[in-house]
Design a protein around this ligand. Structure first.
Ligand code: FES
Length: 321
């Protein structure tokens, strides 16, 4: 890849909740990092073969540090396990320039932000900004329990600084007897608001369903925190037409994992199906699309796929590689 990355050092790590740590990165020479608006994320290159996207906890207008938050996924064999078990203060890694697929509309008079689990990270950055701008905002934050919820203190500080314009509603599963955040009624009660959602897949599905009646310009969503780190239905043969190679993708590995292991060069960036960098032409076979980019028509056509996260529905997949 020819993308320029930035060398940084881990300045600080802090436990934010049962399974969440925040990691503050600083530049090696004290120079400022690029500007990053609320909702932005960076790719962290933990090792040559391990690259993950994480949201920033606050915007960066001019400063030498970025802070991200990382949930320890019990299924993880990659990014979050590495961060929680191996990464330490003083370690050097590289990061991408910030990217933003989830920008905040700062002109809206009323913002409603819905977060599930680690999805609170970009929402926190937005709340900080909205508080500074003296806008009206309301957060609905769902987590398994109080101790699993990160950044409650920071959110409560924003509420106090908001002069009555900000509010946080916590929804802890273990105190709610199985009831879910009622996204539809939240939207119906705030017809003029801009809505933001970042959380696990079931929450995003409920959000998308509830948002059908809302003008698209008022609906904002961040997908990558909800995607899984690896495709789980491996067990197929991968034929690389141009290289003349046949590889096997085992269960639990992505096509991208297997290509890297076999020194097949393929561009990639987010590793989570949101950036489009790894798009590859399909010559034969039926891809199991798991990205957030292709349209329904493109999926149905099946002649292109994102190899970082998608798998195969057929026992053999032939790619233009
Ligand atoms: Fe971003 Fe595959 S690397 S979509």
């Amino acid at each position: 890849m020819s993308e320029a990355t930035i060398p940084v050092r881990v300045k600080q790590m802090r436990r934010e909740a049962d399974t969440v740590v925040s990691v503050e990165f600083e530049t090696l020479d004290g120079s400022n990092l690029p500007k990053a608006a609320p909702g932005a994320h960076v790719d962290v290159i933990l090792r040559d073969d391990l690259r993950r996207s994480y949201s920033l906890t606050r915007e960066n207008t001019a400063g030498p540090t970025f802070t991200v938050a990382i949930h320890r996924d019990p299924q993880s064999k990659g990014g979050s396990a590495f961060v929680h078990e191996r990464l330490r203060v003083g370690d050097k890694v590289r990061i991408s320039r910030p990217k933003n697929n989830f920008p905040l509309d700062e002109t809206s008079e009323n913002s409603v932000l819905i977060a599930g689990g680690i999805g609170i990270t970009p929402i926190l950055a937005m709340v900080r900004r909205l508080t500074e701008e003296r806008r009206r905002w309301e957060v609905f934050y769902a987590a398994r329990s109080r101790t699993a919820a990160a950044f409650c203190e920071e959110l409560d500080t924003c509420v106090q600084a908001s002069n009555g314009k900000g509010r946080v509603n916590y929804h802890f599963d273990d105190e709610q007897r199985g009831s879910l955040v009622d996204i539809r009624s939240i939207m119906e009660s705030n017809p003029e608001a801009h809505f933001y959602c970042c959380g696990p897949e079931p929450m995003l599905a409920a959000y998308e369903a509830a948002a059908r009646e809302v003008p698209r310009g008022q609906v904002h969503v961040e997908y990558f925190s909800a995607t899984e780190e690896v495709a789980r239905d491996g067990g197929f043969d991968l034929v690389l037409e141009r290289s003349g190679k046949t590889l096997h993708v085992e269960s639990g590995k992505t096509i991208l994992d297997v290509l890297i292991e076999n020194n097949v060069s393929v561009p990639f960036s987010c590793s989570e199906g949101v950036c489009g960098t790894c798009e590859t032409r399909v010559i034969e076979g039926r891809p199991d699309h798991r990205d957030m980019i292709l349209t329904d028509e493109e999926r149905a056509k099946g002649d292109t796929m994102m190899v970082c996260c998608s798998g195969s529905k057929s026992p053999r997949l032939v790619l233009d590689l």
